[in-house]
Design a protein around this ligand. Structure first.
Ligand code: IMP
Ligand code: MG
Length: 178
């Protein structure tokens, strides 16, 4: 990828807010009366994590994990390494992994198995974005904000080389735009 300019807006803050509220209703229905641990995956999921925190009205605690599978390029290495582990005991709790995007599926497949192995009662996934074209391993994603086509997405937490995370909307890197 040579380009380093952003394209047009794909999803606005308003659209994301509306979708977060819809997903929150689904989560409240699915986990009514249950204790929930939201696990945000640093750093890309921070904005979607806050949306889930503000919208999901259930008995909740939050925690964060950091994993690395990408360097500063736009290609996945396929290897997942835990950089920051959970501090919360999730045994017999209902975990919702909050992630920015499902691309190859490697990260979420790994995390789902890892958290199940720590004794969680259930492990669900809420991902802001799904990029089905990138999929290399099967993973069930319970809640998806938006499906995107095969572009490199930035903004609303998602980065290219650590930049663009602060954009309050979802856009993409434009190879040809200068
Ligand atoms: P996966 O393990 O291939 O599914 O990749 C998941 C991680 O790759 C995400 O948490 C993102 O950090 C990163 N990623 C994948 N696709 C994109 C993209 O289009 N833009 C920014 N980051 C991405
Ligand atoms: Mg990430």
């Amino acid at each position: 990828m040579t380009g380093d300019t952003v394209g047009s807006v794909m999803f606005t803050q308003e659209e994301i807010n509306a979708r977060a509220a819809e997903i929150a209703r689904d989560i409240e229905r699915d986990l009514a009366g249950e204790q929930v641990v939201l696990v945000g995956i640093l750093r890309g999921a921070v904005m979607w994590m806050v949306d889930m925190m503000k919208n999901v009205n259930l008995d909740m605690v939050i925690d964060f994990m950091a994993v690395s599978s990408y360097g500063s390029s736009t290609k996945s290495s396929g290897i997942v390494k835990i950089v920051k582990d959970l501090e919360t005991d999730i045994k017999d709790k209902n975990v919702i992994i909050v992630e920015d995007i499902v691309d190859s599926g490697t990260t979420l497949k790994y995390l789902k198995e890892y958290l199940s192995g720590r004794g969680a009662k259930t492990v669900r996934i809420s991902a802001l974005l799904d990029k089905p074209a990138g999929r290399r391993v099967d993973v069930d994603v319970d809640y998806i904000g938006f499906t995107v086509d095969d572009r490199f997405i930035v903004g609303y937490g998602l980065d290219y080389d650590q930049r663009y995370r602060n954009l309050p909307y979802i856009t993409y890197l434009d190879d040809d735009g200068e």
